[in-house]
Design a protein around this ligand. Structure first.
Ligand code: AMP
Ligand code: ZN
Length: 136
């Protein structure tokens, strides 16, 4: 994808702060970090989101997320970490090349990546399972 920002970063046509790379994936620092060490992990082969990426490529990105989380744990000593992928505008996806956010967290850092929710009834959960079972 010639006009994709992350394809350009993968190809070295845009600058980036590379954390880790291998044959299948690349990890680089987010240019607008939510916290110090905020890293993005992307596949080298373009895919829009979790619905488009191949299971193989997704697995390779997941492997790198695992390695990046371990690296950041040692490098910046966070109290926790959020691992997050946004797919689609409704979920807040801005760059349309699959990427996983690895966001180090500290107690009291003030970041808000949570949502409001309330317990569902067993019937509600079962209804969802029925819909999944119908297409599985
Ligand atoms: P999302 O909203 O999940 O699509 O996240 C896109 C992320 O990409 C944002 O956190 C941006 O700060 C980040 N971003 C956009 N352009 C660049 C870039 N050239 N280098 C590094 N990170 C970028
Ligand atoms: Zn791309």
């Amino acid at each position: 994808m010639s006009d994709c920002t992350f394809c350009k970063i993968v190809a070295g046509r845009l600058p980036s702060h590379r954390v880790l790379e291998d044959e299948h994936a690349l990890a680089f620092l987010d240019i607008r970090p939510a916290s110090p060490g905020h890293t993005l992990v992307v596949p080298r082969v373009h895919a829009r989101d979790v619905w488009e990426i191949s299971e193989f490529s997704h697995g390779k990105v997941a492997d790198m997320v695992h390695r990046v989380a371990a690296l950041l744990k040692t490098a910046v000593a966070p109290d926790g970490v959020n691992v997050k992928h946004n797919a689609g505008e409704a979920a807040g996806q801005d760059v349309l090349h699959y990427h996983v956010h690895v966001v180090p967290r500290w107690h009291g850092d003030g970041l808000r990546l949570t949502w409001n929710s309330s317990p569902a009834s067993a019937r509600e959960l079962e209804k969802v399972l029925e819909r999944v079972a119908a297409v599985r």
